[in-house]
Design a protein around this ligand. Sequence first.
Ligand code: GLP
Length: 242
Amino acid sequence: MRIIKTKNYEEMSKRAADLIASVILLKPNCVLGLATGSSPIGTYQNLVKKYQAGELDFSEVRSVNLDEYKGLAKENEQSYYYFMHDNLFSKVNIKMENTHLPDGMEPDSEKACKEYDEVIASMNGVDMQLLGLGHDGHIGFNEPNKEFDKTTHCVNLTEMTIEANKRFFKSINDVPKQAYTMGVGTIMAAKMVIMLVSGKDKAKILKDAFFGPVTPEVPASILQFHPNFILVADEDALSLVK
Ligand code: GLP
């Protein structure tokens, strides 16, 4: 595990964008595993800037996203499809047919998950997986559990996650109770994993995840075993780590 400590969110976003840009420069048709949430927004802004400056070309880049709410249509502003479109896809020259998210509108969970695993398998490996960190240690929507889920599956979101994500919705009742998420096994199979963590409110879970025992009760902790894991975190998030 490599830790890049930054002053604040802005510097974290710049450093992460530089790392992702290097992946694209080295392999123009790379597969990027992408994430949503507030943590990667600044990173996407920096990638867009690099694209606008003519430093990056997304025309051959392919992407698979971590997760999607079950029951939200693409047009719904809270869907992760909408988020990705709004924050990155519509602002760079990535081909929409090369971007992939689980189908939140497929009511048959087994079918949705199987189809998404087939999409991921057809990519022949994710070159870089970007992650945020949930307050309960979740990655994607892999919530604390008795075991690590390997492949794409449907999850019941925990109270803590629903509470944390309600800020994006009109009311807590509008937050979907379920989501489709890539499994921990798929995340661990990525050639490189970059996690972004910012803010004092993440300091305790960051310490538990990367300086405590590896356990499915803290899903992110398994990244301690990843051979090419880079944690890009700001001073506040690292404030409990000696
Ligand atoms: C959501 C997403 C995760 C994300 C996490 C943290 O639940 N499914 O992929 O990493 O929240 O979000 P934030 O970056 O907004 O703290």
